[in-house]
Design a protein around this ligand. Structure first.
Ligand code: NAP
Length: 463
């Protein structure tokens, strides 16, 4: 009864919770509930697995759960917000690695009686899981600065990848036709997939790593789904497919936000890091950026009715979200209408700005997507750019030679006055100069964003 009825029903129930959780995750307000609902789904799935009478050792399982939970919670608590992409990369890699190990173990358990369909599922699981494992480790190492972030390429790289891939296909074909052992092909696939993960990610510049991580996240889901076919586990098939699909959707959103295609990211090997242009402003006296101290800005703020705040990566680095919330309150107490403009790729991971602003209890209703806020910049008295650079670079609109060309940007330059808070004239992620800084209506407020906003707040409180 437990084996034939209760376990499948529990797995189905867990899948329902996963889908409901995902639905709730689609809006920031319901996202915490979504997380909770999905966690209940996972709890039910684990419970169903533990009820299985084929389990050999509960001691081993509980030791694994305790050790894994300890490592996971310590890592998640210690990691800085700006290092979350690296942590996600590692999680994806371990997910892929787990699929590879589980599928391989199942293969050796049923090697002598394996059906062709299950053999193909094992191969797929190993192939995707292996690529995810080594690809994610390389992505982690690039982002963490352990290995060079720029694209590492050699001649014939794509051809070599294609040949290695072909070798697995030929091996599988021969094994299915009983010309070679299944186990030989399994070992070959494990080795090749691990090599392909490495070869696939090293030619991609560090700048594109967040997109790669999102894609690898999708792969880890697909690897889990194929492992679900190996184990004949519906819950794993459904949850893996959900991760696979959502990862692909996220990858697509990020590519659109950067105006690149996924093929361009994966196969051109450029990344922005290779295109760094040095600022030409030092040699050109006509291109001088105006710089004020926060105290000099009070008059402009006093006359403003509508202000749009544009957060970027620098706000995350400075951890300025709490003082930004204070700034909003001071401005609103003076009758100013304050809104936030959120670019889809501001920061270093999807939703980066939303998460930080939510941490400071800034209302979601004040956060506007690029399409909704762009028409409003023309009516804004002030745009305050806090540690954002590429997402407000007007070169994206007209400079065909710019690596940013075509990327949708926030039209801050159309506001009456633009305050730009950053520490120097250094470029942002794309490594290119920003014409915005030299515009007549732009004013630089140099310094750490948290400090500058704090100074602004205290000046405005006294005014
Ligand atoms: P950005 O172009 O990287 O610029 C961030 C700016 O913040 C820098 O120019 C830096 O200038 C400033 N900054 C750093 N620390 C600061 C501090 N403590 N106080 C004040 N300013 C500070 O950031 P963005 O405008 O948010 O654009 C994001 C970029 O990341 C885009 O190119 C996007 O394509 C890329 N990207 C994003 C994602 C994603 O998922 N969000 C994924 C992949 C790629 P100073 O050094 O002069 O202070």
């Amino acid at each position: 009864m437990i084996q034939s009825l209760i376990i499948p029903v529990l797995y189905l129930l867990s899948a329902v919770f996963f889908i409901l959780g995902l639905k709730l995750l689609s809006h920031p307000k319901s996202a915490p509930r979504g997380n909770f609902v999905a966690a209940i789904g996972m709890f039910i799935a684990i419970l169903a697995t533990l009820l299985n009478n084929k389990i050999l050792s509960y001691e081993l399982i509980f030791s694994g759960i305790i050790i894994g939970a300890l490592i996971g919670s310590i890592a998640a608590r210690r990691v800085k917000m700006t290092s979350i992409p690296q942590l996600v990369a590692l999680f994806n890699g371990f997910g892929g690695g787990a699929s590879l190990l589980v599928a391989s173990a199942e293969f050796y358990r049923i090697e002598n009686t394996i059906e062709i369909f299950i053999f193909c599922a094992v191969l797929l699981s190993i192939f995707i899981g292996g690529i995810t494992l080594t690809g994610s480790i390389i992505a982690f190492a690039k982002l963490q600065g352990i290995i060079r972030g720029s694209a590492i390429r050699f001649k014939g790289q794509n051809l070599l990848n294609a040949l290695l891939f072909l070798l697995i296909i030929v091996g599988a074909f021969l094994a299915i036709n009983e010309r070679v052992d299944f186990s030989t092909v399994i070992i070959l696939s494990i080795s090749i997939s691990l090599i392909l993960g490495y070869l696939g990610v090293i030619p991609i510049g560090g700048a594109d790593m967040p997109v790669v991580i999102s894609l690898l996240n999708s792969f880890s889901g697909l690897a889990a789904a194929t492992t679900g076919f190996v184990l004949v586990n519906n819950s794993l098939i459904i949850s893996g497919s959900l991760v696979g699909a959502s990862g692909i959707i996220l990858t697509n959103i990020m590519c659109k936000g950067m105006n690149r295609t996924i093929w361009n990211v994966l196969f051109t090997g450029l990344g922005f890091n290779d295109k760094i242009n040095q600022s030409s402003s030092e040699n050109d006296p006509s291109r001088i950026a105006k710089s004020y101290e926060p105290e000099d800005t009070v008059v402009i703020f006093e006359n403003a009715k509508k202000i749009i705040i544009v957060p970027g990566y620098g706000m995350a680095v400075a951890q300025a979200q709490q003082v930004v919330s204070e700034l909003e309150k001071v401005l609103e107490s003076k009758g100013v209408n304050v809104k936030y403009a959120i670019h889809p790729v501001a920061g270093r991971m999807p939703g980066h700005m939303n998460v930080l602003l939510a941490e400071a209890n800034i209302s979601y209703d004040k956060l506007y997507d690029i399409d909704d806020i762009n028409p409003e910049f023309e009516q804004a008295d002030i745009a305050i750019v806090i540690g954002a650079n590429d997402v407000v670079n007007p070169a994206a609109r007209h400079d065909q030679s710019s690596p940013l060309f075509g990327m949708p940007i926030l039209d801050v330059d159309k506001s009456q006055t633009v305050f730009i808070l950053k520490r120097s004239m250094n470029p942002g992620f794309a490594g290119i100069e920003n014409q915005l800084f030299f515009n007549d209506n732009s004013i630089m407020l140099f310094g750490d964003a948290k400090e500058t906003v704090s100074r602004l707040v205290s000046e405005l409180k006294q005014a």
